[in-house]
Design a protein around this ligand. Sequence first.
Ligand SMILES: *[C@@H]1O[C@H](CO)[C@@H](O)[C@H](O)[C@H]1NC(C)=O
Ligand SMILES: *[C@@H]1O[C@H](CO)[C@@H](O)[C@H](O)[C@H]1NC(C)=O
Ligand SMILES: *[C@@H]1O[C@H](CO)[C@@H](O)[C@H](O)[C@H]1NC(C)=O
Length: 371
Amino acid sequence: MARWRPVALTLFVIYHSIREIEAQKPVRDKVQDFALRIPRVTIDELAKNRTLRTGLHAYVLSGFAEQWNATNWTLDYLTEKIPFEWVDYYPKNMEDVGSKPYLFKFDKAVKEFQHPNELKTDKPKYMQIRLSLRGWKRLKKDFVPKPLPDVFWDDDEWISQCMRKGNKADTPAINNFFVTNQWKFLLIGEKGTTMFFHKDGTAASTWQVQLVGKKRWTLCPNTESRFLSPYIDTYNPDYSRFPAFAMAKCGQVTVSPGELLYYPAYWWHHTFQLETPSISYTGALVGVEADRSDLGADRKPHVQFYADLQEKCAKCWQRGVSERQCDDISQKWAGAAPPPLRVVCEEYLPDCLRLWSEHAKALHGEDRVEL
Ligand SMILES: *[C@@H]1O[C@H](CO)[C@@H](O)[C@H](O)[C@H]1NC(C)=O
Ligand SMILES: *[C@@H]1O[C@H](CO)[C@@H](O)[C@H](O)[C@H]1NC(C)=O
Ligand SMILES: *[C@@H]1O[C@H](CO)[C@@H](O)[C@H](O)[C@H]1NC(C)=O
């Protein structure tokens, strides 16, 4: 059977060489104590808490998603709703940086997950579903009521304003934005599955709702990057290889059904499913964080996010050159992410950036928040 090479691993920025970490002075007998607190708050507590509302801290929000019909999701129900979606299917867990997925349609993936046939292994199985606009529209009906506070200003509020053709939302462009940026994900795993420690390649913050089963998280701020590597198993660290990990300020938290975890852009994360199945749903946010000083060239996360996207765009489109400069792997692998559309890169994203900037300014003013 053909194997799909996940070019989509551009998602992960893996530029911290092990050598760099090993060069740091070993700190004897020091271990990672996960001292970073990841508080649990209600929506009311969040609404009143200026620190958390900066969007610069991780926290678990509880007390609203328990009512969502999505907490009753089963694999059979999902198969009925989104049989057409593509799944990155990992028959042998996803604990290593090089884990390779098979690309299956959702209905086939679920069959294989429930009754392994072609891909029997002794490892727990894991699936990632990159939702299209169509799949997301079907599933979002089960996320009602959605009393998300205004720091959760999401694409429902902006995307059809900046991606418009004439006086209508440009649906193919929005769909392209979803799938090229892995914007909405459904994650389904068996107990023991884990996605290796990494940070995402674009500066959007993340929310993830745990719907079924429990999941453990390790989270480390971007400021700790010099101590971190995607080869660290944060659940069983090898301090002889990664002594510097002990020096990073990281936290751990377990999230239960109906709870939502938020973390800021570029934070490192490492997941571990505690039950079978674990089903969670994740989305990205932009234009919600206050300024921060750990991003490099710009202090505004949404400006950095824009730069990350334009860097991807530049690999495919150059001003004045009509031909696309990058491959379209979706022609060879139906279901793999296509290149970004030119109109998204050149016309829509600049308009979206204006909306993100306005929102961030309305939320945080011109405050300079130091980390
Ligand atoms: C805001 O939340 C943080 C983290 O839980 C907490 O330490 C702090 O006391 C809270 N601030 C207020 C004003 O409630
Ligand atoms: C989930 O299903 C159970 C049992 O059928 C039912 O009692 C409960 O109300 C449902 N919850 C939601 C949020 O629909
Ligand atoms: C949740 O599911 C129940 C039972 O299927 C249905 O009656 C109800 O309308 C749903 N609620 C929402 C908000 O969709």
